[in-house]
Design a protein around this ligand. Structure first.
Ligand code: HXC
Length: 267
């Protein structure tokens, strides 16, 4: 599969896993305009993953062992006027929406600083794993700015409104352990190699399940996040019914009854 070539991203397939590394270590992998454009292009390619399921999960990380992504590129931003900044913010927001719409799960493997736009990028992934040295924060107020890549929306959904307010108003940086305690991070690993190994293992676990069902569950969970109970239940039954119509579900149910492992066709 041709994943494309990118100036600021490394894209490597290893079996069912696509490892995507933001690769600007000299600037702690900050989201320069070029990174945003590369992410835009790559997420466009990945939108078609449900055709043949060449990989079953994406692991997103940063180059090196110091930083995941240290936010928007402050050097570039210092030359922007509000109109240009709006275009930049909007573009990166669109990248986050594309990540959420991918038919496979995306795991953020946070290997160091996840600050500002870096924390926002991680929160656009399905869930977050971290190495013990990782730290998280929305430090925009220290620059006279506010979150602009979805943090105002997604942080409160992940950790609740009170904690989101405190983190955004103070700009405070929190450790991986604290991020785990408040539910921002699912699991903390001792170091970066074990973090990547943990993320790979979870994708391998997902790869044993029905691809259409995982994609369906992701779509439904995202849609339901915006709904009340009744509309959420309607959405759930719609997605449940859709799952019943897939060959994967016929194969899965039959294999259970016949006491053997299913081989999912991915349709
Ligand atoms: C551009 C950055 C950068 C960034 C680090 N660098 N963060 N360049 N944009 N966000 C560069 C530094 O300038 C430096 O380059 C090199 O990376 C190493 O960084 P140091 O500061 O020397 O490292 P250290 O002392 O370890 O401090 C690490 C750090 C600090 C705590 C992460 O770099 C920092 O506070 N960075 C900014 C974090 C931040 O405020 N992010 C939020 C941005 S606002 P040189 O060339 O000197 O070696 C945002 C808004 C999103 O994300 C919404 C916009 C619409």
């Amino acid at each position: 599969m041709d994943w494309g070539t990118y100036k600021t991203l490394r894209v490597e397939q290893d079996g069912a896993v696509l490892l995507v590394t933001v690769d600007r270590p000299a600037a702690l992998n900050a989201l320069a305009g070029q990174v945003v454009e590369d992410l835009w292009e790559l997420t466009g390619v990945l939108a078609g993953l449900d055709e043949g399921w060449p990989v079953r999960g994406v692991v997103l990380t940063g180059a090196g062992e110091k930083s995941f992504v240290a936010g928007a590129d402050i050097v570039e931003m210092s030359a922007m006027d509000p109109d240009t900044a709006e275009v930049y913010g909007r573009r990166m927001q669109q990248v986050t929406l594309r990540l959420e719409a991918l038919p496979v799960p995306v795991i953020a493997a946070v290997n160091g600083f996840a600050l500002g736009g870096g924390c926002e990028l991680a929160m656009a992934c399905d869930f977050i794993y971290a190495s013990a040295n990782a730290s998280f924060g929305q430090p925009e107020v220290a620059l006279g700015l506010v979150p602009g890549f979805g943090g105002s929306v997604r942080l409160q959904r992940r950790v609740g409104i009170g904690m989101a307010r405190e983190l955004i108003y103070t700009g405070r940086r929190i450790t991986a352990a604290e991020a785990h305690r408040i539910g921002l991070v699912n699991a903390v690993f001792a170091d970066v190699p074990s973090l990547l190994e943990g993320a790979r293992a979870t994708v391998a676990e997902i790869a044993g399940k029905a691809p259409t069902a995982v994609a369906n569950a992701k779509r439904a969970l995202n849609a339901i996040a915006d709904l009340g109970v009744e509309d959420g239940l309607d959405e759930e039954v719609r997605s449940f019914r859709e799952a019943f119509g897939t060959e994967d579900s016929v194969v899965g149910r039959k294999a259970f009854v016949e006491k053997r492992a299913p081989v999912f066709p991915g349709r």
